[in-house]
Design a protein around this ligand. Structure first.
Ligand SMILES: [Fe+2]
Length: 295
């Protein structure tokens, strides 16, 4: 079974339209003055090439772990949804969950669901989707609007309870189970993320997924733009990094996972943006390319 995974594609549409909000204006300042705009200049063209490349890999399913937009305006959502095109109506082939930039301000409520609802089970989290007869994804939404100086996420007690019910259910016991979320549980070196950037209940979520009675093979996420593999006590987590951020040292890109569900094995192949030819290509030298045993 082949699964593609990409994240943090950040279409960036200025000048701003929609309801003005201080947080959005501050983002414009950071894009135009502090240089963040250079990271995502021309990201619309890379997103189009990315989606074509994903389709060309012959994957069974593709997962996007959020941050499709910069500041959650209707204009950004329409533009990125336009690039997805007919894929928006193919939930059997695509799954998309929101990141913090897709729930940037309270005024953006419902915009993610309006455009990507079909690929996120109507935005009713947590949800389980069976990707093949042996592989399932369990998706949670930990993104929420926050204040100007806060980009933290929260799973919340209610969603954690529902997640525990799903992951301990006998129906997932013999399957290869992927948990998808936007935020990382640990940073690349294995430490917790900073309080204003990470998941507020990271410790509680890790305690939950590390339980012996939980069926789980892989945690897939983005949020951090640099890719890495890290382990909690019992589980393997893969941060795919940003697929379009030009300032990622290892090259911005995405992963194709070849999954052997019966053996609980996965092989990671990293594909990165190559500016010369203007396409994504296999990165044979990537330190991310490896085979992992997940249970
Ligand atoms: Fe993010």
């Amino acid at each position: 079974m082949k699964l593609a995974h990409f994240s943090d594609i950040h279409i960036t549409h200025f000048p701003l339209s929609g309801k003005p909000a201080l947080k959005r204006l501050a983002a414009v300042a950071s894009y135009s003055i502090a240089g963040r705009g250079n990271h995502f200049r021309g990201s619309d063209a890379r997103i189009a090439r990315l989606l074509e490349d994903v389709d060309a890999q012959g994957v069974d399913h593709a997962l996007c772990t959020g941050d499709l937009t910069g500041v959650s305006t209707e204009a950004e959502f329409s533009e990125v949804a336009g690039l997805f095109g007919p894929r928006l109506a193919q939930p059997a082939r695509y799954t998309v969950i929101p990141g913090n930039h897709d729930r940037y301000v309270r005024g953006a409520d419902g915009l993610f669901e309006k455009h990507f609802g079909k690929l996120s089970e109507g935005g009713r989290f947590p949800f389980v989707k069976h990707l093949s007869d042996r592989v399932s994804v369990v998706a949670i939404d930990v993104a929420r609007p926050t204040s100007l100086i806060d980009s933290s996420g929260l799973c919340g007690a209610k969603q954690r309870e529902a997640l525990l019910g799903i992951l301990t259910d006998a129906s997932l016991k013999d399957r290869f189970v992927v948990m998808a979320l936007h935020y990382g549980l640990l940073r690349a070196e294995g430490q917790r993320d900073a309080r204003p950037h990470g998941l507020r209940d990271d410790v509680e979520v890790m305690e939950l997924i590390d339980r012996a009675d939980v069926s789980l093979d892989l945690v897939l996420h983005g949020h951090m733009h640099r890719p890495y593999v890290v382990k909690t006590k019992r589980r393997t987590a893969i941060c795919v990094g940003s697929a379009t951020d030009l300032h990622v040292k290892q090259g911005c890109g995405y992963h194709v996972y070849e999954i052997d569900p019966a053996a609980h094995r996965v092989r990671i192949e990293r594909r990165v943006w190559s500016a010369g030819p203007g396409r994504y290509e296999a990165d044979a030298a990537s330190a991310l390319n490896r085979e992992l045993v997940t249970r």
